[in-house]
Ligand binder design. Structure first.
Ligand SMILES: Cc1cc2nc3c(=O)[nH]c(=O)nc-3n(C[C@H](O)[C@H](O)[C@H](O)COP(=O)(O)O)c2cc1C
Length: 172
């Protein structure tokens, strides 16, 4: 990414696309933390500190710490996508994850359509309880990933798929 800033109103439109994801039982089980401006560096510092505090001394390394500290330097907005468990216990957890993930896909498709670069990551502390705790989420909630949004000077990369569709479909 090249460090250029997406207007907040545009990111807001993308987040609103997520709100139209299909969901079972009208639970709307998604929540988004949106970091921008100084919020980005504040979060990245916290993320790197969480890594230090929650990684055993023999597993820690300076390169990872630095990577986490700087991974939003050229990013416009960072969206943390969460499956926020709905109030209907009859809806199985996987359906809530599926619905919230469909919302994430809406964001990514919208971003691509608007010429915005995006990247869905579960790197760093994304899947660790420490991050969930930092975000003050409930036990039953789930962080689905970090969505890095920004502009890029690089051309859109050609998609790569290695497993043919014939191996992933069965017509009956
Ligand atoms: C839930 C999820 C988590 C992901 N986490 C990572 C990650 O931590 N690091 C990474 O390099 N790619 C990760 N990816 C893959 C990238 O987001 C992206 O899908 C991949 O680079 C291929 O993109 P393309 O198929 O659009 O070319 C993740 C994808 C998903 C769906």
């Amino acid at each position: 990414m090249n460090g250029k800033t997406i207007p907040d109103e545009v990111v807001e439109k993308l987040i609103h696309l997520a709100d139209w994801a299909p969901n079972h039982g009208k639970t709307e089980p998604w929540f988004f933390f949106i970091y921008r401006g100084e919020g980005l560096s504040t979060f990245s510092k916290a993320h790197a500190e969480l890594y230090l505090q929650n990684t055993a001394e023999d597993k820690r390394n300076d390169a990872t710490y630095e990577r986490l500290l700087h991974c939003t330097d050229k990013v416009s907005h960072l969206v943390i996508a969460v499956m926020k468990r709905g109030i209907n216990p009859k809806i199985p957890q996987f359906e809530e994850v599926a619905a919230a993930s469909a919302g994430v896909q809406n964001i990514l498709l919208g971003a691509t359509a608007m010429g915005i670069a995006s990247f869905w990551s579960t790197g760093g502390m994304t899947l660790q309880p420490a991050l969930k705790n930092y975000l003050q989420l409930a036990e039953e909630d789930l962080v689905l990933g970090m969505l890095f949004l920004g502009y890029t000077d690089e051309p859109l990369k050609e998609g790569v798929r290695t497993i043919p569709m014939s191996e992933k479909t069965k017509w009956l």
